[in-house]
Design a protein around this ligand. Structure first.
Ligand SMILES: *[C@@H]1O[C@H](CO)[C@@H](O)[C@H](O)[C@H]1NC(C)=O
Ligand SMILES: *[C@@H]1O[C@H](CO)[C@@H](O)[C@H](O)[C@H]1NC(C)=O
Ligand SMILES: CC(=O)N[C@H]1CO[C@H](CO)[C@@H](O)[C@@H]1O
Length: 396
């Protein structure tokens, strides 16, 4: 499946006349990745003294991989990509079937790209005193993410899924490569949200106003970040953010109380103010509860406003055959009633069919980036976009 890189590199080089090599733009690598320079650093975290060992260690720091296009940065605002729960920044690199991923796509478009591992995950390191768990078993990965069409009773739209590369089951080399990149999550959601947000706001202070992308679980974290440092965020882009109001309904549609602050587990700023969310956020259940479109817990009128988050433009999309198609409308309704400026995009309405929850690495991943995501970023940066924040490079 993977091309032996040295052979394909030389095969390519030998077919191109020497003069053209010099004049040509960035040379594609074997899997179509965009040539770039990489810098790695850590942000956030703190030193803590351990009474048992009488020694000091770092905790809650965040790994950042900064990728600069070889042809130079041509966009004023950088991008930061947060991976989904159980994954790492690897998720945005080449796809499991070794095609070009979103990091390369946006590098090619001239963006300065940052891939992070959220705190306590992957290369961000985790002290042994914290508890972690494996959120995604092989069974649930097959059933809900990679081949829901083979388990059509899970949710009605599952049978529409067609875009996963390969068979989407264990034993298929593409599935196996992807699944082996899945690891543990922190049990303590509040610590995860607070520590990643602190690290993100510190990264933003260094690199200047940026767009934050999230997938799934980290949709929650991008909203906390927009509450804590909205002046440093140019926009939020949620690939199926899992910030469903007040409850999780993941795999078998069993509602589990979650996110007591509405769309987050940790405090965010409302107007009128909320001190005790259980008492101050008045709830109401709306809509019919059907397998393909569940009922939602929203704020009872008059809804309180998410005042800081509403300073930042937000886009999110939902794929036709994803598990999220059954409850994404609940998040959209909550954001709209709370005063957030949200563009909610249904991929099927843009003619993009058959995607599941991992659309950004499925067969049509670049079509989605080109037809759905890039146009939103361009609109934001254009004359009709949200207020432009001064990029770091333009200062001093
Ligand atoms: C302090 O160190 C001990 C011994 O290595 C370890 O068991 C304990 O979990 C550490 N405490 C914290 C809070 O990391
Ligand atoms: C899903 O339910 C909401 C109400 O909660 C309703 O507004 C929406 O139209 C429904 N969507 C579909 C596709 O039935
Ligand atoms: C970081 C930030 O902008 N926080 C603001 C959130 O909203 C409250 C209420 O308007 C402000 O007081 C904070 O400064």
């Amino acid at each position: 499946m993977r091309l032996p890189s040295s052979i394909s590199f030389w095969a390519l080089a030998l077919t191109v006349p020497l003069g053209l090599v010099v004049a040509a733009p960035a040379r594609p690598s074997p899997n179509g990745e965009t040539n770039h320079r990489r810098t790695v650093f850590f942000v956030g975290g703190q030193y803590v003294f351990n009474e048992t060992t009488k020694s000091t260690y770092a905790v809650d720091q965040m790994y950042v991989e900064q990728l600069t296009p070889e042809r130079g940065v041509r966009q004023p605002h950088p991008l930061i990509f947060l991976h989904g729960g159980g994954l790492t920044g690897v998720t945005w690199l080449n796809t499991p079937d070794n095609r070009k991923g979103w990091a390369s796509y946006f590098l090619e478009k001239g963006y300065l790209v940052h891939l992070v591992d959220i705190t306590n995950v992957g290369r961000s390191s985790r002290p042994p005193s914290t508890q972690s768990y494996l959120p995604t078993s092989v069974e649930s990965a097959e059933q809900v993410f990679a081949s829901p069409e083979k388990f059509p009773k899970t949710y009605p739209q599952a049978r529409l899924h067609t875009q996963w590369p390969g068979r989407g089951l264990r034993g298929d080399p593409i599935f196996d490569t992807w699944y082996k990149g899945i690891g543990p999550n922190l049990v303590d959601n509040e610590r995860e949200e607070e520590s990643t947000t602190a690290a993100l706001c510190s990264l933003l202070a260094q690199i200047g106003p940026s767009y934050i992308f999230s997938h799934s679980y980290t949709g929650i974290i991008m909203f906390v970040a927009a509450d804590r440092c909205p002046e440093l965020i140019q926009g939020l882009y949620g690939v199926e953010p899992a910030a469903f109001p007040f409850e999780s309904r993941y795999i078998f549609n069993q509602p589990i109380p979650s996110r007591k602050w509405g769309i987050t587990d940790v405090p965010v700023t409302y107007d009128p103010p909320v001190r005790d969310p259980a008492a101050d956020l008045k709830k109401i259940t709306v809509g019919e509860n059907t397998p393909g479109n569940v009922s939602c817990i929203l704020q009872a009128a008059p809804a309180k406003r998410l005042v800081n988050i509403s300073k930042v433009p937000v886009a999110m999309y939902t794929a036709e055959a994803s598990i999220h198609i059954v409850n994404a409308h609940c998040l959209a309704a909550y954001l709209w009633q709370s005063g957030v400026s949200l563009d909610w995009i249904l991929l099927a309405e843009r003619g993009i069919r058959g995607n599941g929850h991992f659309s950004f690495l499925e067969k049509n991943n670049l079509e989605i980036a080109q037809k759905v995501v890039l146009p939103w970023l361009q609109l934001q940066s254009g004359p009709n976009g949200h207020k432009q924040k001064k990029p770091k490079a333009a200062e001093s």
